[in-house]
Design a protein around this ligand. Sequence first.
Ligand SMILES: Nc1ncnc2c1ncn2[C@@H]1O[C@H](COP(=O)(O)OP(=O)(O)O)[C@@H](O)[C@H]1O
Ligand SMILES: [Mg+2]
Length: 281
Amino acid sequence: MPTLAISFRNVFYTYPGNEDYTLRDVSFDVALGSTAVILGGSGSGKSTILKLVLGLIKPESGVIEVGGVDISGLQESALMPVRAGIGMVFQEGALFDSLSVAENVGFRLREHDKLDEQEFEERVSRLLGFVELGKFYDRAPSDLSGGQRRRVSVARAMAHSPGLILYDEPTTGLDPITGSTICDLIVKLRDLEGVTSVLVTHQLRDAFQVVQSFVMRKNGAFIYNRIEDVELLVGSEFIVLNEGRIVFRGLQRELFRSDEPYVRKFLDGQIPVSVIETEGD
Ligand SMILES: Nc1ncnc2c1ncn2[C@@H]1O[C@H](COP(=O)(O)OP(=O)(O)O)[C@@H](O)[C@H]1O
Ligand SMILES: [Mg+2]
């Protein structure tokens, strides 16, 4: 059994037509069951890292392992089982507006799993229940608020029970309270379902909420707790990217102490990030 969900070793990547490297000598590991937070300004290469994990693009050099499998040189067909173990929450949620909420959530189940109608409904209802949107089964995504749509995309990413979920700026464009419900879902998937997560974000508040919270199930209710003292935190690693290079890797308390100039600017809110209009809940 591999103990790492993801391993990057000296990965370089350039988009066709671009002169400069988009990623330069990127190395990091994500342990099974853990959360990794990738921080960086707009254009620093965060989404590119996720595309590489999914095998949508190939590294120019270096090695990428997902679930212990070296995917760097794999053909499309060999990538299918690797992708089957990964769920992706895209930037902006990316729902299909012509499909109902249920069909969005069950999209992959329709494609890959041969479920009869009753099994499909049960699975999708369970997933919508997890994100607390059971009532919205037959609705159109356009009837939902921004936060609800984002929760639907989390349910869709969970549909095939992946061991690894990649979140690309899942709270961007949401107001803080709605964003915090998405963070709670990430924690719930990690702590109750054992899902390994990679959280790409430029919202420090959300990153801190995810790594400092933990949830337990008690008498049918979910109880969230927060570790306020970051000295006590173990596990979740922060990775800070600047222009395709990793300038910091470490725990939250080490992030706070870092004197790396880009990290300091990031913590002080001085790094320009893509801003999208807020959608309320
Ligand atoms: N499909 C593409 N073709 C060419 N350049 C791209 C493409 N996608 C992203 N880039 C460039 O790669 C860099 C990193 O992009 P990206 O990984 O999307 O950054 P982030 O997600 O951190 O905002 C940016 O300079 C961007 O312009
Ligand atoms: Mg991006």
